[in-house]
Write a protein that binds this ligand. Sequence first.
Ligand SMILES: [Zn+2]
Length: 125
Amino acid sequence: MSDLKLCQGTSCHTYNTKDRLKGTKENKTFQTRRRSSFYYGQGNFCSLNCQNDWFYDFGNKAIDHFGRLTEPKKLTEENAWIKTYDWRGGVDSSHRFYTLNKITQEQRPLTEDQYNDSSYTLNER
Ligand SMILES: [Zn+2]
């Protein structure tokens, strides 16, 4: 029982589903869902509905707490590199890996290891 997590949805207990109904005859209550894992909101919510309820109640506070954008973010040439590949199926299934600059459209070849290395990037940090 102790390994179970509670859905963090602020209105989870108000959705009248059978699995939320707990207790015996005269002590029945609808309760927040409790599960070993959840799929939504980094494992914090039982449904997209519950995630949205939380954001509706706390979203503004959360954004203000962690920093509200006051100017648009800009993707510049220096940080516009993405990793991609051309898929090659068939007998020779070696894909062509490369980095692509989304601003200049310049391409530079990558090895498969560089492609799979999450710390490898041409972007400035
Ligand atoms: Zn929920």
